[in-house]
Write a new protein. Structure first.
Length: 452
C-alpha cells in the first residue's frame, strides 16, 4: 500500500484556527506552512492553541506572488471576510475594500508557477449571488480547476445549529484528477459521498444509514419542484413565528447559466427521521444549573429581558436547533444567536403572553409596579446566553478534548466576536476529507480516506 500523501497547506484568513482544526480532523496528513490574518485578537487565540511559528499578521495583498509560490503549497484553505456579502451588510461585493485581498489571490492564482492543487473557500450564504463568486468561478476555470459549489448547514452532520454557508471545492485536474463524484453545474445542498450508497438490503446499522441520509440530505430545488411558496416552515419561538413569513428558498440563474438552488434548513427538521439524528442542545451545554454562581454573567439582564425578550430566539436543552451565532452575540440581542431557557419545564410562549399582558400600558396607574410583575414572571424562565465554550462546541472546536481554549487575556465580548467570524470545524473537516480524496491520475496511487 502506498504511503499516504503529506499535504502542504496555506491557511488564509486563519482567524482562531478553524481551518487548522478542520484539516486535523479530516484524516489526511499535512502541515500548515503559514497562516495569514490581520486580526490581533484572533491571532492571539490562534497562537494560544497552535503557537506563533507559522502565524503571519500581514495583509495578504502585501505579500508578493513569488513568496506564495516558494511555499509550493498543495492546498489553499480560505474564509475571506463575509461583510461584503451578508444580508445585513452593504452587499457591495468586490467593490467593498474588505474584498481586496481575496481579489488579489484570485488575480495571482492563474499566474503562479506552483499553484495549489486543491482549494477550499468558505463564506456566508449570499456569496453565491455576488460578483466575487463570478470572479472566483472564472478564475478557477481559466486556471484549469474542476470545482463544486455547495450550501451546507451543520444540521446535516447532526449539530443543532443553523449556520448555512457557501463552500467552493476546487481540484487542479491536470495534476490530481477529478472528484470522486462527478461535479454538477449547480450549487448543491449536500455533501457528496466518498463511496457508493449501500443497497437497502444491507445489514448496515439503521442509525448509520440515517446519519448518512442526514449528511446527504438534498434540499427542495425550485427548478424541479416549480412553485414552492407553500413550503411549511416550523416555528420554534415567539420571534420565529413573526419572522418566518418570507420565502426562504429561491433559484437564481447566474450569467454563466449555472443555476443556484438556495436550500432551506428547516427541511431537515421537518423530516422526523432526519431530525432525530440531530443532537439535542443539552449535549453541548457547559452549565445546566441556574443556581450555579458561574452562570451569573451569562444571565439576561433585567432591562434587556423586559424590553427585548419577545424578540429572542429561545431554545431549551431538548431542542434540536439553534440560530447562527454572529460576532454581535452577547453585545446585541436581536438576530445574533439563540438564548437558552434553563427552566425547560415552562411553556415559553405562555409565559411571554402573560408577561405582555402585565407590562405597563400608556394609561397604567402604577407602571413601575406593572413592569416589576412582568419582569418577575419572565425571570422564572431563567434565560441566559450560551457560554463562549458552548458556542465553540456547537461550531465544532475541540473544547472537551482539551485542544482548544481561549487565552485569559481575551474578554468575553472578544471571544464571542471571533467565534462569530469563524467556521464550523466539523462541516469543513468533512469537505476537506472529500476534496483531498479523489480519482487518481494514471500511475498514481489512490489516497485513502473514509467518512466517519
Amino acid at each position: 500500500m502506498a504511503e499516504a500523501h503529506h499535504f502542504r497547506i496555506l491557511e488564509f484568513y486563519s482567524g482562531i484556527g478553524g481551518m487548522h482544526y478542520a484539516f486535523n480532523e479530516s484524516g489526511h496528513l499535512g502541515d500548515i506552512l503559514q497562516a495569514f490574518d490581520i486580526n490581533t485578537t484572533a491571532n492571539e487565540v490562534y497562537a494560544h492553541n497552535h503557537g506563533k511559528k507559522h502565524l503571519s499578521q500581514r495583509n495578504i495583498e502585501a505579500v508578493k506572488m513569488e513568496v506564495y509560490d516558494k511555499h509550493k503549497a498543495d492546498v489553499w484553505l480560505m474564509s475571506p471576510p463575509c461583510q461584503p456579502y451578508t444580508r445585513t451588510g452593504n452587499q457591495e461585493g468586490s467593490k467593498d475594500t474588505r474584498a481586496k485581498s481575496f481579489l488579489y489571490l484570485m488575480n495571482i492564482l492563474p499566474k503562479m508557477q506552483h499553484p495549489p492543487n486543491y482549494l477550499l473557500l468558505e463564506n456566508v450564504k449570499g456569496f453565491e449571488e455576488s460578483d466575487s463568486r463570478d470572479l472566483l468561478v472564472d478564475c478557477l476555470t481559466k486556471a484549469g480547476y474542476e470545482f463544486q459549489e455547495l450550501l451546507i448547514t451543520p444540521l446535516q452532520i447532526g449539530i443543532p445549529n443553523s449556520r448555512m454557508r457557501y463552500y467552493c471545492l476546487a481540484r487542479k485536474t491536470l495534476n490530481v484528477g477529478s472528484f470522486v463524484q462527478p461535479v454538477t453545474n449547480t450549487l448543491i445542498g449536500y455533501i457528496p459521498s466518498l463511496t457508493p450508497p449501500l443497497p437497502s438490503s444491507s445489514s448496515q446499522d439503521q442509525g448509520e444509514q440515517q446519519q448518512q441520509a442526514l449528511l446527504q440530505k438534498g434540499f427542495v430545488d425550485g427548478r424541479k419542484q416549480g412553485d414552492i411558496s407553500g413550503l411549511s416552515m416550523p416555528s420554534s419561538s415567539v420571534a420565529a413565528k413573526k419572522r418566518r413569513t418570507s420565502l426562504l428558498t429561491a433559484t437564481v440563474t447566474k450569467e454563466d447559466n449555472s443555476a443556484v438552488s438556495k436550500p432551506d434548513e428547516d427541511d431537515i427538521l421537518e423530516d422526523p427521521m432526519l431530525a432525530l439524528n440531530v443532537d439535542q442542545i443539552e449535549k453541548y451545554l457547559e452549565f445546566r444549573n441556574a443556581d450555579d454562581d458561574r452562570m451569573q454573567k451569562y444571565m439576561i439582564p433585567d432591562k434587556t429581558l423586559l424590553k427585548y425578550g419577545k424578540t429572542f430566539d429561545i431554545v431549551k436543552e431538548t431542542t434540536r436547533r439553534s440560530c447562527c451565532f454572529t460576532k454581535g452575540y452577547y453585545h446585541f440581542v436581536e438576530s445574533t444567536g439563540s438564548i437558552l431557557q434553563m427552566a425547560h419545564e415552562l411553556d415559553t410562549a405562555s409565559v411571554f403572553i402573560e408577561a405582555e399582558a402585565l407590562k405597563a400600558k400608556p394609561d397604567s396607574a402604577n407602571p413601575e409596579e406593572d413592569n416589576a410583575r412582568a419582569l418577575a414572571l419572565l425571570r422564572t424562565l431563567h434565560l441566559r446566553y450560551f457560554t463562549e465554550n458552548e458556542v465553540a462546541r456547537l461550531m465544532g472546536f475541540p473544547i472537551l478534548e482539551g485542544k482548544f481554549s481561549f487565552p485569559d487575556t481575551t474578554s468575553l465580548k472578544q471571544r464571542y466576536r471571533v467565534l462569530g467570524n469563524s467556521i464550523n470545524v466539523k462541516v469543513v473537516a468533512k469537505l476537506i476529507q472529500y476534496l483531498l480524496t479523489g480519482t487518481p491520475k494514471e500511475g498514481q496511487e489512490p489516497q485513502e480516506a473514509s467518512l466517519g
